[in-house]
Design a binder for this molecule. Structure first.
Ligand SMILES: [Zn+2]
Ligand SMILES: [Zn+2]
Length: 148
C-alpha cells in the first residue's frame, strides 16, 4: 500500500461523517501537503473498486465515502448533509409480490431523511455546513463512561 493510500484509508477510518472526496483531501493534506486532489480521487476510486470502502450517493450533491462496507442504513440531514450509520435491521421492509415481478432482491439500503440534532437546535449552535467538521457536534463519549 502506498503512503498516500495508507493516509487516505486512515482518514476514512477515523471519520464517522462519510466525507466527500474534497473533505478527505483537506484532512490528508494536513499530514501530506504535497498530495493532489486528483490523487485523492483516484485513490478513493481504487479503494472502492477493491471493495475496501464504499462510494455512496446519498443525494447530498457529492459522492460520499464510507469505510463501513457491510450492509447498513443511513440517516441523512436535509439541511447540512450530515450522514450517520444505522446498524439496525428492518426485516419488515419487503417488496410486495405485485410489484416485484420476479425481481430478486439482493440487498436493501434505507435512507432516512430529516433534520439532525444540530440543525434542530433553535439557534443553530456552532454548526457549520462542512461535513468534515460535524464530529464536534456529537455527544462526547466520556458521558457513557461516567454513567457506566
Ligand atoms: Zn444537520
Ligand atoms: Zn455508512
Amino acid at each position: 500500500m502506498t503512503p498516500q493510500r495508507q493516509s487516505i484509508f486512515r482518514v476514512l477510518h477515523g471519520s464517522t461523517v462519510h466525507p466527500t472526496a474534497e473533505a478527505v483531501y483537506h484532512s490528508v493534506r494536513a499530514e501530506m501537503p504535497s498530495i493532489s486532489l486528483r490523487t485523492v480521487y483516484q485513490t478513493l476510486n481504487d479503494l472502492a473498486a477493491m471493495g475496501e470502502i464504499q462510494a455512496i450517493d446519498l443525494g447530498t450533491g457529492s459522492i460520499r465515502f464510507d469505510p463501513h462496507t457491510g450492509p447498513h442504513h443511513h440517516l441523512v440531514c436535509d439541511e447540512c448533509g450530515r450522514v450517520q450509520d444505522v446498524e439496525a435491521e428492518f426485516p419488515g421492509v419487503t417488496v410486495p409480490d405485485a410489484d416485484a415481478s420476479g425481481f430478486e432482491v439482493r440487498s436493501t439500503e434505507i435512507i432516512f431523511r430529516g433534520r439532525c440534532h444540530a440543525c434542530a437546535e433553535p439557534d443553530g449552535g456552532a454548526h457549520t455546513q462542512d461535513p468534515a467538521s460535524t464530529t464536534t457536534t456529537e455527544d462526547p463519549p466520556s458521558q457513557e463512561a461516567i454513567r457506566a
